[in-house]
Design a protein around this ligand. Structure first.
Ligand SMILES: Cc1cc2nc3c(=O)[nH]c(=O)nc-3n(C[C@H](O)[C@H](O)[C@H](O)COP(=O)(O)OP(=O)(O)OC[C@H]3O[C@@H](n4cnc5c(N)ncnc54)[C@H](O)[C@@H]3O)c2cc1C
Length: 401
């Protein structure tokens, strides 16, 4: 079925996605702070396919539903209402961003060999960019992993860290420094010289396959392993990251909504000082601020999605702004929900503390918020300089006339 561009079909899909998450996914959630086991994930994905809610974002030719990016947000938020929902629906990071990149820049052969199996949920993937100090992190120019051309292909050497989903991934998209910039490579798991090392435990557990160190020692790949064109890696990283940042905003906003719902239910049932918690002014302030954070995030996501679909430059600018605002607003919403639930908020009796652990790293990955603020400020200053120069030119032209 294709829901592309048809509001009625999109509404119907949203209702079915919400029902699927409520009736099938939430009852199957693992204990807070643990990762869904692979067999259970496959069972749930089968049910998602049967319910017609799997891969809402992927092209129809690859087995997806084919929604345009402007229609993703409500669906991704509905999926994100459960921390395992996006994985079950096949729209979780890093696969979702990797699929987008393959669709945009992959050769027909790469789409057949990598995007097809990824879209069908037959393999998982990883995106390997970040490196140990002094390598690439916030500053991609510090990239130290190298790829040099050898007879019949390339040799990759280096070390990556925090590579989400690395354990059990079928393939890796690897960023490496090449003679004229950086190049992205598709490297199959099991390629000699590629080794998945230590899993770095973080507060985040929603992604299967951990956040691992990955080592490349004399790792040889063929010429056809180059994703897109050689030396275009830094540009391609932005192709991937603009939408990928925004879909993180969408998914985690769904979890913020769930957190607020948990807090609202508690505020309804809890009696304190002779009244319901929901009727105490300071509690109402916490609730109101969360509603405002959610609505503002929702609006920013919608305008950024429209820009990404129509004007990539404006889309990139807004995706930085949305990433910073949403990642902070979402953490605030979860934190206020914890506060409203008192001791239970930080206990294992409620999932809120684990939700905080899921959303907090978003202020660090997809570009740390400080890096984005830096870029936002520089863009604002240069736009102002351009406007001043244009005004001066217009005044000079007027004077000359
Ligand atoms: C849960 C999780 C999953 C991840 N998954 C992946 C993955 O799948 N693939 C991948 O490649 N990487 C992944 N990462 C890595 C992530 O992208 C990096 O952690 C991030 O880019 C920051 O790099 P760094 O950790 O090296 O911190 P650093 O680069 O050392 O930055 C440290 C701090 O410096 C500050 N800073 C940055 N820029 C500026 C600035 N311009 N001005 C002032 N201060 C600044 C920020 O506060 C930043 O947090 C993941 C990380 C986490 C936590």
């Amino acid at each position: 079925m294709s829901a592309t561009g048809d509001p009625q079909q999109a509404d119907d899909l949203l209702e079915r996605t919400r029902a699927f998450i409520r009736d099938t996914v939430i009852p199957a959630e693992p204990a807070p702070g643990t990762t869904l086991d692979a067999q259970e994930l496959e069972r749930l994905r089968e049910l998602a396919r049967a319910a017609g809610v799997y891969a809402p974002h992927l092209p129809v030719e690859y087995g997806g539903i084919g929604l345009p990016i402007t229609a993703w947000s409500p669906i991704f938020q509905a999926a994100g209402y459960s921390p395992i929902g996006p994985s079950v629906l096949g729209c979780m990071a890093p696969d979702e961003g990797n699929a987008h990149l393959l669709e945009k820049i992959g050769t027909p052969g790469q789409k057949h060999d990598y995007l097809g199996p990824l879209a069908r949920g037959e393999v998982r993937s990883a995106f390997a960019m970040t490196e140990p100090h002094p390598g690439a992190g916030s500053d991609p120019e510090a990239l130290r992993t190298t790829a040099v051309e050898v007879d019949g292909g390339w040799r990759i050497d280096g070390e990556k860290r925090y590579i989400s989903g690395a354990e059990g991934a079928g393939f890796f998209i690897v960023m490496a420094r090449t003679e004229h910039g950086a190049t992205m490579f598709l490297v199959d798991a099991g390629t000699p010289g590629l080794r998945v090392g230590r899993d770095i435990r973080t507060t985040e557990h929603a992604i299967a396959g951990g956040h691992s160190h990955v080592h490349f020692d004399d790792c040889r790949v063929g010429a056809d392993a180059v994703l897109g064109e050689p030396h275009e890696g830094f540009r391609y990283a932005q192709v991937r990251l603009g939408p990928a940042r925004l879909t993180h905003c969408m998914r985690w906003l769904g979890l913020a909504r769930r957190s607020l719902d948990i807090a609202l239910d508690r505020a309804e049932s809890r009696e304190l000082f002779g009244s319901r918690l929901r009727d105490l002014g300071l509690a109402q302030a916490l609730i109101a601020d969360s509603v405002i954070d959610i609505e503002a995030s929702d609006a920013l996501i919608a305008s950024c999605a429209t820009a990404l679909a129509t004007d990539p430059r404006e889309g990139a600018r807004l995706s930085s702004i949305a990433k910073v605002f949403c990642s902070e607003a979402i953490v605030r919403v979860v934190d206020r929900a914890i506060q409203l639930c008192g001791g239970d908020g930080v206990s294992d009796d409620l999932p809120l503390a684990s939700y905080w652990g899921e959303v907090r790293p978003f202020r660090i990955y997809d570009g740390a918020n400080e890096t984005h603020r830096w870029a936002i400020a520089r863009r604002a200053s240069s736009a102002r300089r351009r406007a001043m120069a244009a005004d001066a030119d217009a005044a000079a032209a007027g004077g000359a006339a």
